[in-house]
Design a protein around this ligand. Structure first.
Ligand code: ZN
Length: 213
C-alpha cells in the first residue's frame, strides 16, 4: 500500500519553506532565520534554532519562543535576531517573518547604505506585494544600518516602519533582507518579490555603467 501523504502542519510547512529558500542560496553558512506565528494568546512563535543549516532543519528541530524570546519548546538556542522577529510579529501583526542573507541583498544594501530606501517603479512584479495593484506605483524597501544589538535594531526598525507604513520588508546594510506577511505563503511571496527586484536592480546598475553582464 502506498504511503498516505501526511497533512501539512506549521512545522512541516516552515521546514519546507526553509529548504526551498536555502536551495536558492539565501541562507548559506547557517545564515538567515525564519519564523511562523503559532498563537497570539499565549504568544508562541515557531522558528529555526540558531547556528544550524536552515535547509536541513527537521520539524522536531524547530523551537518555540514566547513573547520575551525565551525558548519554551525544543532544545535549540534562539537566534540573536529573535528580537527583530518578535517586534515585526507583535507590532506589525505579521504571521510569518523570513530573513535571508542573499548575495544581492548584501551587495545592494551596502551600495545604497547612504540612502533611506531602494525604490522600484514600473515593474509588474511589484504587484506581488500585498496592496499593490499596478506596476504604475512606487515600491520602497527601507535600509537600516546593521548593528549587533538586535533589540536596538528592532526599535529602529519599528520607528522606520512608522515613517514608511508597513512596506513588508526592510534591508539591514551589509547583512540581509527581512520580509514578512500575514501568513507563511504571503511572507515567502514577499521575500521572493524583493529578492527578484534586488537582482534586477543589480543587473540594471551594471548595464547603466556600460559594464558587460
Ligand atoms: Zn541575519
Amino acid at each position: 500500500m502506498e504511503d498516505q501523504p501526511q497533512p501539512d502542519t506549521p512545522r512541516t510547512a516552515l521546514c519546507r519553506t526553509m529548504r526551498q529558500l536555502a536551495a536558492r542560496g539565501w541562507a548559506q553558512g547557517t545564515g538567515g532565520n525564519f519564523s511562523l506565528l503559532l498563537s497570539s494568546q499565549p504568544f508562541r512563535l515557531l522558528m529555526a534554532p540558531s547556528g544550524v543549516e536552515k535547509g536541513d532543519v527537521t520539524p522536531d528541530d524547530l523551537i518555540v519562543v514566547n513573547g520575551s524570546g525565551a525558548v519554551v519548546e525544543g532544545s535549540g538556542k534562539a537566534s540573536a535576531e529573535t528580537a527583530l522577529h518578535l517586534a515585526i510579529v507583535e507590532r506589525l501583526g505579521a504571521g510569518s517573518v523570513l530573513h535571508s542573507h542573499s548575495v544581492y541583498a548584501t551587495i545592494l544594501s551596502r551600495h545604497f547604505a547612504a540612502h533611506p530606501a531602494i525604490t522600484w517603479e514600473g515593474y509588474e512584479m511589484q504587484k506581488g506585494i500585498a496592496g499593490v495593484t499596478t506596476h504604475d506605483s512606487v515600491l520602497r524597501l527601507p535600509i537600516l544600518a546593521n548593528n549587533q544589538n538586535m533589540p536596538q535594531v528592532a526599535l529602529e526598525v519599528l520607528q522606520l516602519l512608522v515613517q514608511h507604513g508597513n512596506p513588508y520588508g526592510i534591508l539591514l546594510a551589509g547583512h540581509g533582507l527581512y520580509a514578512w506577511g500575514k501568513d507563511l505563503f504571503e511572507a515567502k511571496r514577499h521575500l521572493e518579490i524583493f529578492e527578484f527586484l534586488l537582482e534586477v536592480r543589480y543587473h540594471e546598475l551594471l548595464l547603466r555603467n556600460g559594464t558587460p553582464l
